[in-house]
Design a protein. Structure first.
Length: 189
């Protein structure tokens, strides 16, 4: 058996190899949560965040506000679970929701842009989707999620198809949204 120093050196070498493979998928080396990392990045950039949620039903805002002092950068959220709320609260044109469907790239983008403009936030995250277990027609089978991130330059959207129960799909959707924001913030840091 080797010494404690040899074991430490081996662990450091293996750890470095793992970090190379995972690259930008690593958001913390000290055990910070993704929410805390995002909060630190937002604070350092003097930026603010708002969320617009459909499929996650407020879960994303709940996660962001788990960080003490999150009111420094988190302005709030819009939970617009059904079509009528997307129209009345965010001002999204009902004809566009009808054209693209409530679970779509286009509606996710409209939600993010509307939330950002209505709140004055630097960044807006929006999540729309079908957490399941039922399907919402052929366009949106269970597990379909669209996440949009908007800033002054425009919006980008990610689409994923998740598998698992409703709670798991909602958890994955929130994680995807937060990670999308983290990557954007790290690029602009």
């Amino acid at each position: 058996c080797g010494s404690e120093a040899e074991a430490g050196a081996l662990l450091a070498e293996v750890g470095a190899q793992i970090e190379l493979k995972l690259a930008d998928r690593i958001y913390s080396r000290g055990g910070e949560t993704l929410e805390a990392v995002i909060g630190d990045l937002l604070r350092r950039q003097h930026a603010t965040l708002v969320v617009a949620e459909s499929a996650t039903g407020g879960g994303l805002a709940e996660r962001v506000t788990q960080v003490p002092g999150s009111s420094d950068y988190f302005l709030g959220g819009f939970v617009v679970y059904n079509r009528r709320m997307k129209v009345t609260v965010l001002g999204i044109d009902e004809a566009l929701i009808e054209q693209y469907g409530p679970v779509s790239k286009e509606v996710a983008e409209l939600m993010a842009n509307a939330a950002r403009l209505r709140s004055g936030a630097t960044y807006a995250l929006a999540i729309t989707g079908n957490a399941g277990p039922g399907t919402d027609g052929p366009r949106a089978p269970a597990g379909t999620i669209f996440v949009a991130l908007a800033d002054a330059a425009g919006a980008s959207v990610i689409h994923r198809q998740f598998f698992g129960d409703r709670a798991r799909v909602k958890q994955f959707a929130g994680q995807m949204a937060l990670d999308m924001l983290r990557r954007r913030l790290q690029r602009t840091a």
